[in-house]
Ligand binder design. Structure first.
Ligand code: DUC
Ligand code: ZN
Ligand code: ZN
Length: 478
């Protein structure tokens, strides 16, 4: 009888803390041996001259998300899984969104049903848009089912919560031991700017960025941090676009608050200039917060190196350029306000971060692993994910650090008809992806059974516990 189902042989293992030349033995979907040389048994993957890293963990993906206007994001759990594997990612946290005025339960059931076709391992962030008393009563059951994080939006019409509602969600999360992620942009300011721009005839996609400059994000980030401090609830600020926003997180961390910061490849590789492409093309790059000026990229890498931003997710979003569900769903002559926000990036995330980060000497390979796998797994309580250690899930990516690739939409293997990263040259590319010991991508060919992805139920974990510090010793969360 062979000892291992799979041996990854001869590679350079890179974890968040160590680099070593060793073989990895896998049995029953887990890592059971890490040794200088393992005997031949089961299937082998030859990794001589290649890096072997934890499979990517993408804790911010909009997959098959249901919109209030009745549309559904175009990437299904099956197609998004294929895209994830193509890019070296093996697990993701996506979103189950509440519709305002409705209970969470039935909609969450619908997400659970849709996710049954997943091939990657997944969990959900529960988006809370309407924290009424009745909805707050649903939250304990949701957390007990393993959904241990919420997302709140400080802007967007069908999703936005006001400050009092932010506090209600933060307090509920504290009571339940759940972690809160926040989309920080000032709703009223964006509304005001949008009206002013449109009144002045500024309707093209590029004015999306003008309607929400960094100050709008910085103000909301400051406010979210202050509200989280009031309740003593740890938060992660999602998709930080610029250093002046990250500076608010740095100040919070320096004061000992439990505040973490996420950024995304679009804030390291795209600019506001992309939204000025001719005609409707700029819509391909419209996301919120908006990509900033090119000079911001280097400042953001500085924030990453300082540890202010400790997770890089994709914020993958499924709107094609063409078609009735895509960027032009409301027509192509509409003002920027009526173009859906969000860009796809699940498959491009690791290649862009590796190329811009490691290949260009801005971060080490170990920092790359920390940012794209280990930190997100730890922060969201995905035990067994994001590391290479005995007993961990055998989620691995075998990586060619020298391979040069020009990104094309075909390489993304998603259901979206474009990639905003088309034509970008990267150095570093995944040659095989292994999910729980199964080779699910090799040489660009994805092979996995729809439904083989597992729901990752997340139990309590200490990292995101409150600090136990409240003003005047009075705990407003009860
Ligand atoms: N921003 C979000 O917050 N969510 C989805 C897409 C986007 O651009
Ligand atoms: Zn967001
Ligand atoms: Zn998002």
């Amino acid at each position: 009888m062979s000892d291992h189902d799979l041996v990854v042989r001869g590679g350079t293992i890179v974890t968040a803390s160590d680099t070593m030349r060793a073989d990895i033995g896998v049995r029953g979907g887990r890592i059971v041996a890490i040794a200088e040389s393992l005997p031949a048994s089961g299937r082998s993957i030859e990794a001589e001259g290649l890096l072997v890293m934890p499979g990517g963990v993408d804790t911010h993906c909009h997959i098959e998300q249901l919109e209030a206007n009745g549309t559904v994001h175009e990437d299904s759990f099956a197609t998004a899984s294929a895209s994830a594997f193509a890019g070296g990612t093996t697990s993701a946290i996506c979103f189950a969104s509440q519709f305002k005025g409705h209970p969470i339960g039935p909609t969450l059931d619908e997400y659970r049903r849709r996710a049954r076709s997943a091939m990657l391992d997944y969990s959900f962030h529960q988006i809370v848009t309407d924290p009424t008393d009745a909805v707050l009563k649903e939250l304990p059951g949701i957390v007990a089912s393993g959904i241990r994080s919420f997302k709140i939006f400080m802007t967007y019409d069908p999703l936005h919560v006001d400050d009092r509602e932010v506090l209600r969600v933060l307090a509920a999360a504290k009571r339940l031991g759940a972690f809160v992620t926040v989309h920080c942009e000032n709703y009223a300011a964006i509304g005001f700017m949008t009206e002013a721009l449109i009144a002045a005839g500024h309707t093209a996609p590029k004015y999306h960025a003008w309607s929400r400059p960094a100050v709008v994000e910085r103000e909301a980030t400051y406010r979210a941090i202050a509200l989280a401090e009031l309740i003593d609830t740890p938060i992660q600020v999602f998709h930080v676009s610029s250093a002046e926003v990250a500076e608010e997180i740095a100040r919070a961390k320096a004061r000992g608050l439990k505040v973490w910061g996420e950024t995304c490849p679009q804030y390291l590789a795209l600019t506001d200039g992309h939204m000025d492409w001719p005609g409707f093309e700029g819509a391909k790059f419209m996301c919120s917060p908006a990509p900033r000026e090119a000079a911001e990229h280097e400042r953001m890498w500085g924030m990453i190196r300082r540890g202010v931003l400790d997770v890089i997710s994709s914020d993958h979003c499924g709107f094609s350029y063409e078609g009735s569900k895509g960027k032009g769903q409301n027509g192509r002559d509409v003002p920027f306000r009526d173009i859906p926000n969000g860009i796809p990036g699940l498959a491009a995330r690791l290649p862009i971060v590796f190329s811009e980060g490691v290949s260009k000497g801005r971060i080490t390979p170990n920092e790359f692993v920390a940012l794209t796998a280990t930190n997100p797994a730890n922060l969201f309580g995905l035990s067994g994910k994001g590391r290479i250690a005995i007993g961990a899930d055998a989620d691995l990516v075998v990586w060619d650090p020298k391979k040069q690739v020009t990104l094309t939409n075909a390489l993304m293997q998603h259901a979206i008809d474009y990639t905003p990263y088309e034509g970008i040259e990267v150095t570093g590319w995944p040659v095989a992806t292994i999910r729980r010991g199964e080779v699910v991508m090799q040489g660009g060919t994805v092979q996995a059974e729809p439904g083989s992805g597992r729901f990752l139920a997340r139990g309590p974990y200490p990292l995101t516990a409150p600090r136990g510090v409240v003003a005047n010793g009075f705990d407003p969360a009860g």
